[in-house]
Design a binder for this molecule. Structure first.
Ligand SMILES: C[S@@+](CC[C@H](N)C(=O)[O-])C[C@H]1O[C@@H](n2cnc3c(N)ncnc32)[C@H](O)[C@@H]1O
Length: 256
């Protein structure tokens, strides 16, 4: 390992340790209970909480995915399968495998897939260890979930299961580098999460995670750092399209 790679490895492992220390208590059973609770209304609630922007951003993410007929796609943390369904509507000759830890989110996702006339293979499990051989997918997607993960580990797993030339498309809410944007964003998020919990009558678990959803972003990576992290894992080239002052970004990373 070169000195620069060594420094990057130490830097990212330090950041990941801090995130783990702050959130490992929530990332296990507590977050699992939240997604179990919100599964029946997750799609509608996401759209309400984001004032409709969720749908717009989903559309932008889906249209950026480089997809060819016959491609094997892995959607990581697939939730209710919105990404897989959107991709199959665009490219019916692709095959999608969805992986998520929540049986309840996947059950809802399978119902929605059937309603839309598409077939998605479902794998329920923790994405920190992907149960697939090396070099098995052409495309991997991960939208709106990285904040809840040890992402050096998950990005490394995604890299392993992609074929050479395979594309990883990532989209999430990120930590803006500008402190003014970050402060406005945190205030907006606190209000949104509380209002959504109230409107949808969320259970105690979901309500108790309100602060976590904001803190997870405050300790997360900026768009520039996600690019560096993807490069650190081995992807090249990596490109990013930022939005709203770095509040969100679409990253595309290729396995050489
Ligand atoms: C905010 S939802 C996003 C779902 C979907 N990607 C979307 O864009 O709508 C986050 C999902 O990540 C899943 N998740 C969180 N931690 C996980 C883990 N360690 N392994 C697998 N899935 C996980 C949750 O169960 C949940 O379905």
């Amino acid at each position: 390992m070169s000195d620069m790679q060594d420094t990057a490895a130490q830097y990212f492992s330090g950041r990941e340790e801090k995130r783990k220390h702050a959130f490992s208590g929530i990332w296990g059973d507590e977050l699992h209970a939240v997604f179990k609770d919100v599964a029946p209304y997750y799609d509608v609630a996401s759209n309400v909480a984001s004032l409709g922007m969720c749908r717009t951003w989903r559309g932008k993410f889906l249209s950026a995915v480089d997809l060819k007929p016959g491609d094997e796609v892995l959607d990581v943390c697939a939730g209710t399968n919105a990404v897989g369904i959107g991709l199959l509507k665009r490219q019916p000759a692709a095959r999608v495998t969805a992986m998520d830890r929540s049986q309840e989110m996947q059950d809802v996702g399978q119902q929605i897939a059937r309603k839309n006339g598409v077939e998605i293979k479902s794998v329920v499990g923790d994405v920190h260890k992907l149960p697939f051989p090396d070099n098995s997918f052409d495309v991997a997607t991960l939208q709106w979930a990285s904040r809840h993960l040890q992402i050096v580990d998950v990005f490394s797993e995604v890299f392993r299961v992609l074929k050479p030339g395979g594309r990883f498309h990532h989209h999430d809410m990120l930590r803006p580098e500008n402190p003014v944007v970050q402060s406005l964003y945190s205030t907006y998020l606190k209000g949104c999460v509380s209002a959504t919990a109230l409107i949808f009558g969320s259970g105690a678990k979901a309500r108790s995670c309100r602060n976590y959803f904001v803190e997870a972003i405050e300790m997360f990576y900026s768009s520039r750092e996600i690019t560096e992290l993807l490069e650190h894992v081995g992807f090249s080239p990596v490109t990013a399209e930022d939005a709203i002052g770095g509040v969100m970004a679409n990253h595309r990373a290729t396995k050489p």
